[in-house]
Design a protein around this ligand. Structure first.
Ligand SMILES: Nc1ncnc2c1ncn2[C@@H]1O[C@H](COP(=O)(O)OP(=O)(O)OP(=O)(O)O)[C@@H](O)[C@H]1O
Length: 320
């Protein structure tokens, strides 16, 4: 069941085409990473979903309801540019945002208390926003985003400004929200965080959706036939190359503290890893063997810095 269904979104700012026919769906319960270089169109999509901007063409459904004030009540959106009122007290600020989204004041107070505790802000409620550190202001912004218990949570660069301890707190919170059934969209340039937290990604560039789908499926599509091998004794590369299994073998320069001899191997198409393992084990003892999968960062760079378009069109997944 989709919580978000975007179809054919187009948006211009004067002569700039910010979105060019973007279609994307997010299923309930997903944690989806929205990725793209600066200026790709991410903020524009998020603003249209949240009814803060109107598209030139296309449609957005949130839980089946077209983007509107009503639909946005079921969304918790934290934009990249933070919007707290400096002179307002922490509690008043959070309750104000919660009530704007239609929350009941007593319920909002309870939920706010829980989040204040999770973020170690208990006792800070009467302080003015401007008296808080940047990191604590960021926590208040997150609580204000979540306090009305939205089903769809959209966080734009939520880790920026957080130290590693608070970053971990936020990661735990996102995982917990997701376990309880919330759907999360994370827009971020923090690839390790996206890779760790998200089950799926949507990658856009120049206003077009380049790829969408499960991270593991996308990685699988980008397998490079490269294997990493460490052996106790040195292998004879000419002998290995004679085996008709391999395209190439290169030694990896020694790394301090690593035992053995390390190699990068490129397989010939259609060759199984076990065939290679068998061929190598005749020559020496294997200490480590792994198939190298690209990191999300590698995939991001592949797509955004130019890659044969045929590979791009191989993707058939339709949900983010
Ligand atoms: N208010 C505006 N007026 C004119 N052009 C705009 C406006 N807002 C965005 N743009 C342009 O639209 C395109 C998409 O911008 P958008 O802010 O959606 O990208 P983004 O992916 O969120 O970028 P970033 O990662 O830097 O936040 C860019 O070319 C940007 O310059």
């Amino acid at each position: 069941m989709e919580i978000l269904q975007i179809d054919g979104l187009v948006k211009h700012y004067a002569s700039t085409k910010a979105l060019d026919n973007v279609s994307l769906s997010v299923a309930k319960g997903e944690i989806c990473g929205l990725l793209g270089p600066n200026g790709a169109g991410k903020t524009t999509i998020l603003r249209i979903i949240n009814n803060l901007l109107v598209s030139d063409a296309g449609s957005v459904l949130v839980n089946g309801i077209p983007a509107s004030l009503e639909a946005s009540r079921n969304i918790g959106y934290m934009p990249e540019e933070r919007g707290l009122y400096d002179k307002m007290r922490v509690e008043d600020q959070i309750l104000y945002f919660g009530q704007l989204k239609g929350g009941d004041k007593a319920r909002l107070r309870n939920v706010m208390g829980e989040y204040m505790e999770i973020f170690n802000l208990t006792g800070q409620g009467k302080r003015k926003i401007k008296e808080l550190s940047k990191g604590n202001q960021q926590k208040v912004q997150i609580i204000a985003t979540l306090v009305h218990e939205p089903e769809l949570v959209i966080l734009d660069e939520p880790f920026s400004g957080f130290d590693p301890i608070n970053g971990a707190l936020l990661r735990d919170l996102i995982a917990r929200l997701n376990e309880k059934g919330s759907t999360i969209i994370l827009s971020s340039h923090n690839m390790p965080a996206i890779e760790e937290m998200c089950s799926s990604i949507a990658l856009i560039n120049h206003g077009k959706l380049l790829v969408k789908g499960d991270i593991s499926d996308i990685k699988e599509q980008h397998r490079t036939s490269e294997l990493l091998l460490t052996t106790r004794n040195q292998l004879s590369i000419p002998l290995l190359m004679d085996s008709s299994l391999l395209e190439n073998v290169e030694t990896i320069p020694p790394v301090k503290g690593r035992k053995g001899y390390a190699y990068s191997i490129i397989k010939k198409p259609g060759i199984r890893n076990t065939d290679i393992l068998n061929a190598i084990s005749i020559q020496g003892e294997i200490l480590h063997f792994e198939e190298k999968l690209p990191s999300l960062n590698d995939i991001f760079l592949n797509y955004t810095t130019g890659q044969p378009s045929q590979e791009k069109s191989n993707f058939t997944h339709t949900s983010c």
